[in-house]
Design a protein around this ligand. Structure first.
Ligand code: RM4
Ligand code: MN
Ligand code: MN
Length: 396
């Protein structure tokens, strides 16, 4: 592919950043406050807008409700639009309340299941008001002990709840169904894998699609194969990009395994799927700054995609047809090892952007400005305080 085509394809890649990536977050051991970190949803949107100004490719920001709950969503939308961004996927939060101890849509208590559905309905309304096109659903539902609940019944409750939810979506809304193999449940999880998510989506209908969070698989899983399969079945709705070494670590995208990211983006490049799939980041920054880490993630996705676009697909198909195992592999390596920084620098220059948006953030005075305006806000975690009354963690 010639460079002009690579740049044109790259220019079509848009990445949504998550509001929850801009606030303070931590582990259950401690939340270390970052100077100038966003304190409110308005500030989180402001930071997402800065990421868009620096990168030129992050025009929307995902919301998590109730973390981002406000009284007036029309005003929130106006705030975002004045900042130059739109509001993206609305993520219902079906885990952050006492009633959800035994689950949300799978809870044995019909009253709790009803409450979970009501929350999803509220999120549909919010999505309409803010102009969003996606409800992104991740359930923390699962169990901790064999025998704790009836697994088949839980699945029946799940399908019933999702069917009700799906029936209430308007035509312009997609339901993204996210799976994760464990955590917070340690014995069973109600949507543990892509197969279960795909089964559910097929049952629901064409507006339900699978969301692949790259940190949600057992170690060693071939994620790009899942992506290839979902793409060919028309079932891939979106990504939550992050990176992991052990579990759901939510680290900077591509920081642990950039080659895996490349392999995933190659499947996207091959299927030319940047317009049909939602590219979203789902990460939290526990010990690093928030904004430049987000920008780094965005750059790493662009880098992987640029390399993926450079794969000589004709030569690769030829090598595969000839059974040339090493030859085929080397065609991938050849693209992966290409230094694409000059291409990306030219892409950014064309858009009036700095070649290195992280450096632009670091030299632009943005961090000092935020620290001055916002100060440093300590967050007391429930685990740390012992007495949990009135304490909050801003995000997981
Ligand atoms: C989950 C999952 C969801 C995210 C929550 C906070 O592990 O990745 O997408 O919204 O964390
Ligand atoms: Mn996720
Ligand atoms: Mn996760």
């Amino acid at each position: 592919m010639d460079e002009a085509t690579v740049r044109a394809r790259l220019a079509r890649l848009q990445i949504e950043t998550p509001s929850w990536g801009y606030g303070n977050s931590g582990t259950r051991f401690h939340v270390y406050p970052w100077p100038g970190a966003a304190r409110t949803v308005y500030e989180r949107i402001d930071d997402a807008a800065l990421v868009h100004r620096l990168t030129g490719c992050c025009p929307s920001v995902a919301l998590h409700i109730p973390w981002d709950a406000v009284d007036d969503y029309a005003a929130l939308r106006k705030h975002a639009e004045a900042d130059g961004v739109t509001l993206g996927a609305v993520n219902p939060n079906l885990f952050g309340a006492d009633g959800y101890r035994l689950g949300s849509l799978c809870n044995p208590d019909p009253a709790i299941r009803g409450r979970a559905l009501d929350h999803c309905r509220e999120c549909i309304d919010i999505a309409r008001t803010v102009g969003s096109t996606a409800i992104s659903l991740w359930l923390a539902d699962g169990t901790n002990y064999a025998g704790q609940d009836d697994l088949a019944l839980r699945f029946a409750r799940l399908t019933e709840g999702l069917e009700q939810l799906y029936a209430e979506l308007s035509d312009d809304l997609t339901l993204l169904v996210e799976y994760k193999f464990f955590e917070p449940g340690f014995y069973s999880t109600d949507i543990p894998d892509w197969g279960t998510a795909a089964l559910l989506c097929k049952r629901l209908g064409p507006r339900a699609k699978v969301l692949v969070d790259t940190g949600h698989h057992p170690l060693g899983t071939n994620v790009e194969q899942i992506v290839a399969l979902l793409l060919s079945e028309g079932l891939l709705g979106g990504f939550h990009f992050n990176n992991r070494k052990y579990a759901d670590d939510d680290l900077i995208v591509g920081s642990v395994d950039p080659f895996e990211l490349f392999r995933i983006m190659r499947e996207i490049a091959r299927a030319d799927a940047t317009e049909t799939v939602a590219f979203m980041i789902d990460q939290s920054h526990n010990v690093e700054g928030k904004i430049d880490a987000m920008v780094q993630s965005v750059m790493n996705i662009q880098t992987a995609y640029a390399k993926a676009l450079l794969v000589d697909e004709d030569a690769l198909a030829g090598a595969q047809a000839d059974g040339d195992v090493l030859g085929a592999h080397r065609i991938l390596l050849d693209a992966y090892e290409t230094d694409v920084r000059p291409i990306l620098a030219r892409l950014r220059a064309e858009a009036g952007l700095e070649a290195d948006p992280v450096a632009a953030f670091r030299s632009g005075g943005y961090a000092a400005e935020r620290e001055r305006e916002r100060g440093t806000t300590s967050v007391v975690s429930a685990y740390q305080s012992g007495d949990t009354s009135g304490t909050t963690t801003e995000s997981p």
